[in-house]
Design a protein around this ligand. Structure first.
Ligand SMILES: [Fe+2]
Length: 352
């Protein structure tokens, strides 16, 4: 594997190309050369540079255009760019920095200065890459801790007999798919996947004889049951817990027609994350065993979701679900297979 940094030198003058290539070679770098912008675009396709030295005045594509085309590539967007040019006026210098330049060297140049600048920019780029990698590692770690906490919280409440926590993970997976289908941004979809599993955290305050009652609930029992939304909201209302998590927990039993609970919100007043989790949670509850019902097959579940569209469920979210219902069936089946593989209990014992 090649461990030397790679310099890409772009200049239409063969003599300049040669001098700069030699200077980079003396720094222990591998060198790619291109005598024009279009040629540079070809070169980077098979060897990604760590630094780019580019002339400004070139036929076909000038240096600015070349840099714009190169840095539009995702893998080159952070590569340091040094303009090396005979143009010494302030307009060109300013323009170079506006066009993705990190430095500007005027010809004739001192060789040692060029090498010193290249070394500095390479070090800075490596430092930045290391920092970015560390941040990504920390974000990943936080994600894992977050998911572990979510699972622990959920296991501690009514789903404590569902040892694999599959219900909450399924609802998270369904919520993410739905968010993507209705066009929410990627980061929002990931947030939904992360926090949807918390939707029933407030059930920790609901007594088991109500949660696991086989028959219908009476009025008082129903009132206690409905408190799980507000209780969950109070549990989670801590500094650092994002609004999306609070909205899911508090509002996932609101109904599109305004007859849900706890706040009787209607239509678009219900936060979108709660409308999404509502569809995800209902599909999963329909497909699962509950103390008061046997599991339904996929066809029956989608029939019931279609019936609830516009009354209980957001028509747009429900339509996205119904148009891609196979994907949800597949995810559900995958989780069932995972459960069987781990030989876990097949029944989760609480009401929705
Ligand atoms: Fe709930």
């Amino acid at each position: 594997m090649n461990t030397h940094p790679v310099a890409l030198v772009i200049d239409d003058e063969p003599a300049n190309l040669q001098i700069l290539a030699t200077l980079m070679d003396e720094l222990g770098m591998d060198v790619s050369v291109a005598e024009s912008g279009p040629r540079a675009l070809e070169v980077v396709a098979y060897r990604v540079p760590d630094i780019i030295l580019v002339d400004i005045m070139m036929p076909e594509m000038d240096g600015y255009e070349t840099v714009r085309a190169l840095t539009a590539r995702y893998d080159l967007s952070n590569v340091p760019v040094l303009y090396v040019t005979a143009l010494a006026d302030i307009e060109h210098k300013t323009r170079a920095f506006e066009h993705g330049g990190h430095d500007y060297i005027t010809k004739p140049f001192d060789k040692r200065e060029v090498q010193a600048r290249v070394r500095t920019h390479l070090e800075l780029a490596q430092y930045r890459a290391t920092l970015e990698r560390r941040v990504q590692e920390q974000v990943l770690k936080l994600d894992q801790i977050n998911f572990a906490l979510v699972s622990a919280l959920e296991s501690a409440n009514s789903f404590k007999d569902d040892l694999t926590g599959l219900h909450i993970r399924r609802v998270g997976a369904f919520a993410r798919i739905l968010a993507e289908l209705i066009g929410l941004p990627h980061e929002r979809s990931r947030e939904l996947e992360r926090y949807a599993p918390l939707h029933d955290v407030g059930k920790i305050g609901v007594p088991d004889h109500i949660l696991k009652k086989a028959g219908p609930l009476d009025r008082d029992e129903r009132a206690i049951m409905e408190q799980h939304t507000v209780a969950g909201y109070r549990i989670l209302k801590q500094p650092g817990i994002p609004a999306v998590a609070l909205n899911i927990v508090r509002h996932h039993h609101e109904r599109w027609d305004g007859t849900g609970y706890p706040d009787r919100l209607a239509g678009p007043d219900i936060p979108i994350e709660a409308r999404i989790v509502s569809v995800a949670d209902i599909y999963d509850a329909l497909r699962s065993w509950r103390p008061y019902k046997e599991p339904f097959d996929h066809e029956t579940a989608i029939g019931l979701i279609a019936e609830s569209t516009g009354s209980q469920l957001d028509p747009e979210v429900a339509a996205a679900f119904l148009a891609h219902d196979d994907r949800f069936a597949d995810v559900f089946d995958q989780f069932v297979m995972e459960r069987e593989a781990h030989d876990r209990p097949t029944r989760s014992g609480a009401r929705r």
